[in-house]
Design a protein around this ligand. Structure first.
Ligand SMILES: [Zn+2]
Length: 437
């Protein structure tokens, strides 16, 4: 695309029916998604239902894909004949008169059990594995790298619900509590595949009623890991995490589940490992030409751990990384382990765009209902999988080199302007230009 002028880029974009192409991607990868959206357990009083769950959930996916800022604005933007007609066609209805109002959507999300959306995500991730289109991104041709990281969703100065986490800020001199913050945190597990990061599991870090000790990231990790193991029994997983995870219980858990791990390692986290590494690295002299040094089989409690250190200069800046892993480090895999360990930053980077959508959805929840908040969060993750497949997995769109914002607004324009063709809606793969991702 080098040498392409901005005018040429504009011309090229004009020719593309972004919404139609987006629907093709959705149908190509997830041919049963419509029936899954429709089939969620609906707890609403059935005699008052105007919109089936697929209409509501698909509207939310469109809101998140098009990065519309508020629920209110969504109702305004989607209020057009074309949008209504497009949604009807995608979901196979003939007689939709309107799309659901945001209050209707929020009422639905307040009652919906979040595990219903989790099931849809599980279906999507399993489809991606089944299609074998991500195989090139396995670490050492074997492991699927899954990065875990916790992020804040919302915070409040007053207690918002019974599950809020609480943090007190004390005056250093008097010890008196000066400020109390209530907040919600979530632990995300993301499958890292090339430039894409797909949410594979979510665990909300939350307090139980009448709790004695607050919930925390490592406790949440145990719950998340158990579910991942249950849902993806034989998947060869390599966990990527920060130094918080470099502790005995995590090593043990990975051993029990037959998982690998590559975790950021800091001196303060486990001092005995650190000093052993420092002592042995000069003696063993395991180096490669790219600045990696390593020591295998350091004993720590019942575990044998391996340490990889790398000193690199990138763009004139010296950088240092240390990772702890249970993968045996060799000259030919040291770079790959280093690369995988470093790829965890993607989850933070990617998270930023996500978080903006989540915050927008939640801020406009009039009653700040916790259950609806969880559902909004999960729907953003689902939309994000679709968006990334559209952006990165699709040669036509990738060649535009457009920003996320640009693509979002193109899809919105197209959703409000273009009609879908029968080919867009059909489950045919023939005209797809999907390249192996
Ligand atoms: Zn709360």
């Amino acid at each position: 695309m080098k040498g392409e002028t901005r005018k040429q880029k504009r011309e090229k974009q004009k020719e593309i029916n972004f919404f139609g192409e987006f629907i093709r991607i959705k149908n190509h990868f997830f041919k049963d998604i419509n029936s899954r959206l429709k089939g969620v357990k609906d707890k609403r009083h059935q005699s008052y239902i105007e919109y089936t769950p697929d209409i509501i959930l698909f509207s939310m996916i469109m809101k998140n894909i098009t990065s519309i800022e508020s629920m209110n604005q969504m109702t305004v933007e989607f209020n057009s004949e074309k949008c209504i007609n497009n949604v009807s066609k995608v979901l196979g209805y003939e007689d939709l008169d309107e799309l659901p109002h945001h209050d209707t959507i929020n009422d639905f999300l307040k009652k919906l059990n979040p595990c219903e959306i989790e099931k849809i995500r599980k279906y999507m991730i399993k489809e991606l594995f089944k299609k074998r289109c991500l195989e090139d991104y396995r670490l050492l041709d074997k492991y699927w790298t899954i990065a875990v990281d916790a992020t804040g969703i919302v915070s409040f100065s007053d207690r918002h619900c019974e599950h809020c986490l609480k943090r007190e800020y004390k005056n250093k001199e008097t010890g008196e509590v000066e400020n109390t913050v209530y907040f919600h945190y979530v632990l995300e597990a993301k499958l890292v595949v090339g430039d894409m990061v797909f949410s594979i599991d979510t665990e909300f870090i939350e307090n139980e009623k009448n709790y004695e000790k607050q919930d925390c990231e490592l406790k949440a990790f145990k719950r998340l890991a158990a579910r991942l193991k249950k849902n993806y029994k034989r998947l060869p997983i390599c966990v990527l995490g920060d130094s918080l995870y470099a502790v005995d219980p995590v090593f043990k858990l990975c051993k029990e589940y037959n998982w690998q791990y590559i975790l950021t390692f800091k001196e303060g986290r486990t001092k005995s490992i650190w000093s052993e590494f420092e002592g042995l690295k000069g003696l063993e002299n395991n180096n490669n030409s790219k600045g990696c040094t390593w020591v295998n089989e350091i004993t720590y409690k019942d575990n044998l751990v391996n340490i990889l250190e790398a000193k690199l200069v990138e763009n004139g800046v010296e950088k240092e990384f240390t990772f702890i892993t249970n993968i045996t480090i060799k000259e030919k895999n040291a770079d790959k382990i280093l690369y995988a360990g470093r790829s965890r930053w993607k989850i933070e980077n990617e998270g930023f765009n996500n978080q903006k959508n989540i915050k927008n959805n939640i801020e406009h929840l009039c009653c700040k209902d916790y259950n609806a908040m969880k559902n909004h969060y999960l729907l953003v993750q689902i939309a994000d999988i679709l968006r990334q497949l559209f952006e990165c997995g699709y040669e036509l769109i990738r060649s535009l080199r457009a920003s996320i914002k640009e693509i979002s607004s193109r899809i919105l324009e197209s959703f409000r302007r273009d009609s879908l063709t029968p080919e867009d809606i059909a489950n045919s793969n023939k005209r797809m230009q999907i390249r192996c991702l």
